[in-house]
Write a protein of this length. Structure first.
Length: 142
């Protein structure tokens, strides 16, 4: 039992010598990892800010291009777009009628009035497009 206190003394002195050899590199490594993390979070915030800025600029450019295209489209393009939209609306109405008929809530008189109101000839579309173009040109002159 007398060897135990001597062993404890030698183990304590060995620990006292080895502790700075272990603690110092661990401390440096810890600070290095912390600085890497801070750098990465700062870099991420900066990158996120740049991406958001780019997205907003791209959205503005898209809007400007859309406005430019809208201002300089021809009457024929407007006419084609209007006719295509009307066809899509008619298809949507027909499908909703089919769905209502399938469920037993079909009222022909109510839907018939809507069809008469919406039936517009191609010439009416051309006339309206001519009028709106003339109005736009008058506004640009002013």
């Amino acid at each position: 039992m007398s060897n135990l206190p001597a062993f404890m003394e030698s183990a304590g002195s060995a620990l006292a010598v080895l502790t700075p050899l272990v603690v110092l590199p661990l401390t440096v490594f810890t600070f290095y990892l912390r600085s890497l993390r801070e750098h990465q979070s700062t870099w991420h915030k900066d990158l996120t800010h740049r991406i958001n800025t780019i997205e907003s600029i791209v959205t503005q450019i898209r809007q400007h291009v859309f406005d430019f295209e809208r201002d300089y489209t021809t009457k024929e393009e407007w006419l084609r777009e209007e006719i295509r939209t009307r066809k899509q609306l008619d298809e949507l109405k027909e499908s909703s009628w089919r769905m209502e008929a399938a469920h037993g809530h079909f009222s022909l008189g109510h839907h018939k009035r809507n069809v008469d109101i919406d039936s517009v000839t191609e010439q009416d579309c051309i006339d309206r497009t001519d009028q709106s173009t003339d109005n736009n040109q008058d506004e640009k002159r002013i």
